[in-house]
Design a protein around this ligand. Structure first.
Ligand code: NAP
Length: 467
């Protein structure tokens, strides 16, 4: 398996990278393990300054770093700049709050003075996807850097240049060797690394299929794991929603990053009274998107990341139509050499249509008509996934009530779905398990170690004693 940067706008092979050798893997594990033991002797607060330096370097080199993303996977230059800035925000946040979050938690117990300490556990492997090549690394890197867990990165085979660029920033900031080591691992080598005794956990963001293989290996070798997988998020539009506000968010929610976001709104569930107008206006908004060079500021529709991504979504749309879905708009070829897919709207998708339960990773909106709030909630929850979701209502309290009833990991009411370091990110069902970011993400790979102490034993008071 080759790691290649192929520019999805020009289709040019920009650079190819060799797969990691066994010697490189062993060196990375050794370095990481040595750093883990060194970090155990040092307070977390001491690592904050370096994380701030990483944020500063990201901002200083933002333009150059953003261009690497554009060439690697085709996103719009402005969105790429936004991704670099978001990474800096995450690094600064964990630098500012990580040490506080890692402070011991005192417990009240009759056994004695009790507390939970939060210890590092060892080297982690992170397996990351191509859709936000820097941000996905940073979600794991920043909190675990503060915890003191050194990391090995295995990035997508189609975004190797982003992996190299991120690792370079970490090294140039002067983070100790082994903090983050990028390795171009094959799938088999991923399993070998998970099996290694020095590795204590694996964090994967990616597809359900990839997640299942890596989680299986983690289970086999009894390593902690977190899985951030796909989604088929609902965007619920209740009958009292303000359509102008809805439309401001809806186009972006489906076409940002060319629709290749785990939390893109993939299913629009619209109250009967707003359905026709919503469909018409969403269609008009989609038609305004301009495909072109993602480096050109005027372009508003980026190509998909790879030729195979385009082929996959085309096959899904074809299958959906064949199974009875109505093509409301789109699905026409775009006369440009890059991997463009015309923003498409499908309606009349029945439960037996393959599209109903599948994640479509590109600019394809499914629009459903519902006649009650209860029907909207039921449809929103009727998914094998459960990652994010959006609810729009003229009454925030009603929106929140509906949000509480949807089976999913995150819901935003009357706004776009945000990802910020203080907010936990993650899902349920086939969207995976565990959370990244916030204190929940920071604690994902810590040893919550219990320490109980007394001046001398009091064996008359031995309720609960294990002897
Ligand atoms: P993917 O094919 O699963 O790849 C993700 C990562 O897993 C890549 O590094 C990939 O390496 C690796 N991988 C895949 N199969 C593997 C295996 N059998 N053994 C070891 N490693 C394996 O997913 P993707 O297509 O890159 O990403 C898109 C998916 O990610 C979508 O489903 C999206 O919803 C999801 N996603 C989820 C979140 C979240 O936070 N929940 C965020 C972003 C994206 P190779 O490239 O070498 O195959």
């Amino acid at each position: 398996m080759a790691y290649k940067t192929i520019n999805p706008y020009t289709n040019e092979l920009v650079k190819e990278y060799p797969t990691a050798t066994s010697a490189e893997i062993e060196a990375a594990l050794e370095k990481g393990d040595a750093l883990y033991h060194k970090w155990r002797q040092e307070p977390a607060a001491g690592r904050a300054a370096k994380l701030h330096e990483i944020a500063a370097l990201l901002r200083k080199n933002a333009e150059e770093l953003a261009k690497v993303l554009v060439v690697d996977m085709g996103k719009l230059i402005n969105e790429a700049r936004g991704e670099v800035e978001l990474c800096a925000i995450i690094a600064d946040y964990f630098a500012d709050h990580g040490a506080e979050m890692l402070k011991p938690t005192p417990l009240s117990s009759q056994a004695g003075a009790a507390r939970i300490e939060k210890d590092a556990t060892g080297v982690l492997l992170m397996v990351e996807p191509w859709n936000f090549p820097y941000y996905q690394i940073m979600r794991v890197f920043a909190p675990n850097y503060m915890v003191g867990n050194p990391m090995i990165l295995k990035h997508s085979s189609n975004t190797p240049s982003s992996a190299v660029a991120f690792e370079k920033v970490v090294n140039e900031a002067g983070a100790p060797a082994g903090s983050l080591t990028n390795l171009f691992l094959s799938h088999d080598q991923v399993t070998d690394v998970i099996a290694d005794a020095r590795v204590q956990g694996v964090a994967l963001t990616g597809s359900e299929q990839g997640g299942s293989v890596v989680a299986e290996a983690a289970g086999k070798y009894l390593k902690k794991s977190s899985m951030e997988l796909g989604g088929n998020d609902a965007f619920v539009i209740l009958d009292d929603a303000d359509l102008e506000q809805v439309l401001e968010v809806a186009k972006r929610a489906r076409t940002y990053n060319a629709g290749q976001v785990c939390t893109s709104s993939k299913r629009f569930i619209v109250a009967d009274n707003l359905y026709d107008e919503f469909l018409k206006r969403l269609g008009e908004d989609f038609k305004q998107l301009k495909p072109g060079d993602p480096l050109d500021e005027k372009t508003t529709l980026a190509p998909l990341s790879t030729a195979s991504a385009k082929k996959k979504i085309q096959a899904q749309v074809d299958a959906a139509i064949k199974a009875g879905a109505t093509l409301y708009q789109g699905n026409q070829p775009i006369d440009l050499p890059g991997q463009f897919f015309e923003p498409t709207i499908l309606t009349d998708i029945t439960r037996d249509n393959p599209a109903y339960y599948e994640e479509m990773f590109g600019p394809v909106a499914q629009v459903y008509r519902v006649s009650s709030e209860a029907e909207a909630i039921e449809l929103a929850s009727d998914s094998h996934y459960g990652l994010g979701g959006i609810v729009f209502s003229g009454d925030v309290k009603r929106g929140e009530k509906v949000a509480s009833q949807i089976e999913t990991g995150m819901v935003f009411v009357n706004t776009v779905l945000y990802t910020l370091p203080e907010l936990p990110f993650g899902g349920i069902k086939r969207s995976g398990y565990g959370r990244e970011m916030s204190s929940l993400g920071l604690n994902a790979f810590v040893n919550e170690k219990l320490i109980v102490s007394v001046a001398k034993p009091d064996l008359d008071n031995a309720a609960g004693a294990l002897f």
